[in-house]
Design a protein around this ligand. Sequence first.
Ligand code: PRX
Length: 660
Amino acid sequence: MTLDKENSINNILEENRIFPPSKVFSNNSNIKSIEELISLKNQALNDPIQFWEYYANSEIEWFEPFQTVLDSQNAPFFKWFKEGKLNITFNCLDRHVKNGLGKKTALIWEGEPGDKIKYTYEELLKNVCKAANGLKSIGVKKGDLVCIYMPMIPEAMFAMLACARIGAPHSVVFGGFSSEALKDRLIDGNAKFVITADGGFRKDKIIELKNAVDLAIESGANKVVEKVIIVQRTKKNIPIKVNRDLWWHELLKDQKDFCEPEIMDSEDRLFILYTSGSTGKPKGVVHTTGGYNLWSHLTFKWIFDIKNDDIYWCTADVGWITGHSYIVYGPLSNGATTLMYEGVPRPSNLGAFWEIIEKHRVSIFYTAPTAIRSFMKSGPEIPAAYDLDSLRLLGTVGEPINPEAWMWYKDIIGKNKCPIVDTWWQTETGGVMISPIPGAVSTKPGSATYPLPGIEIEVVDKNGEKVKENEGGYLIVKKPWPGMMRTIHGNSARYLESYWEYISFKGEKNVYFAGDGARIDEDGYIWIMGRVDDVISVSGHRLGTMEIESALVSHKNVSEAAVVGKKDDLKGEVIVAFVSLEKDINSSLELEEELKKHVVNEIGIIAKPEKIIITDSLPKTRSGKIMRRILRSLAAGEKINGDISTLEDSSVLEKLKGSS
Ligand code: PRX
């Protein structure tokens, strides 16, 4: 791993405003005061095993009790709640039906063209069981990986839960990824089954998901994929491959309404989810059943202060970890009502989000800073036209939120009465790690505040020494937690190297390195400062520079490419690619456009470079390493600071200054 963003983590931002939770909110909340929170934290600190044991037993139903809370023998391959048997769908569905919540709305769904539907817990259980039986009938067995490549429709949730019901781990691939990206994930996971749709609606367009599945299979995934199940969404005509493709509605038509939940071991895989790292192809982050069930459940309960009559809406896509933990598993495990929306606000309907909040009386709303910034840009009069009084709590996730956007969210959307929970976490952490507890913690705009009970965070330098107050450093997690990733699918060496071997703390090796920079202020508040590795965050979507570079050099006219992130007011960061061309190829605007399109085809629209800079050569050290620090300064239009004596050919700089 290269950590050459080191210089950027010393950019300190001063923010002195502080907002205590209102009395009204605190009095009614699950954790009512900072004293109560501190007492919880102390319990976890003094006896973590007893702490986790208590919550695992009181919040989760087990078919057979666990014997060992935490097994650290083979650390950092930690095991949680060993010998325990459970099924997460039992905790998400059956137990609520059993406890009299069968008629409560579990899912409210809003489709992009305006169609809508609600499912009670009883109905959701029935749909999941039918799908589970359908999957079994075509030979899906415990342990088989099922890829889900779907739009945001209820069947995406049914499919995830149906897999979990029968013990088949799912691998959800975001519907915005291209067929190439899908192919890589299908092959890496060895997915025999794919669940997709004839298409999905997005911004008045149809996303041709089944077509992408066909292309992925034809271009190599035929080695692994045996069956494709298609949900009818758009009703557009699509080619069907006999003996391989099946319609979801036909498969489920005659299936029974109940399917016994598979008895899962606490450490059996629940899902793989691919995410980008600084090197190589995206990695399949593995989460297992017991620990993930507890962590998604408990964090949801603590942070969103959930009550029986809340209507909760998270605007993420189920293709990302936020959708897994906080649209599906966390809310359902708590018996909450969760809302799912197929679309995104579009220029012709910027009020879409507010309209949904007004219509469904949404009380808890969870979205990304990029979305908040885009609403800010279009003006306060748009949300002002809707009744947002039902809101009582607001959350953000995925990227640092600038204080200005935080204040806008609080004033304009929250009408100054809703606490804001800025939640820091990652695909790898399974659930939130740092966040205010809304009834207990005073918030500062732009800070994720404190770690949750049981989570021990430190900010250290390269040598693992704790940095001084307000000094930037690397964010580490010192103790294991139940929702942590267990490994990288098929690559345990990469698991060790990426997360556990970079930093040692007080001689201890087993500390988790998150890849983020942070500082801790005089009040102990944590300020996340962004990635310190070669990962770019575009609108909160994580992309490895190397992935985009590989996509660029796979184009016949490109000989070399280097990609960097550039700060952007709306998206947080955008992608700038420096590209040198093969001999005899001339640069042109058409070629730049073609290269952008090529990256979209290779990865997906989220990876589209904002700018391509064609150059004769790239700045390299004598040992041939591209000096990204220089490219980052050039892309940002900044002066080049720091040592350039290792540059092999300093004339490159002058040329680059001319072309960027
Ligand atoms: O850099 C951090 C940023 O998103 C990264 C994790 O990305 P991903 O695995 O895709 O998960 C996103 C949703 C949990 C982190 O390493 N990040 C996430 N939340 C925040 C954040 N940065 C600042 N503040 C946050 N609240």
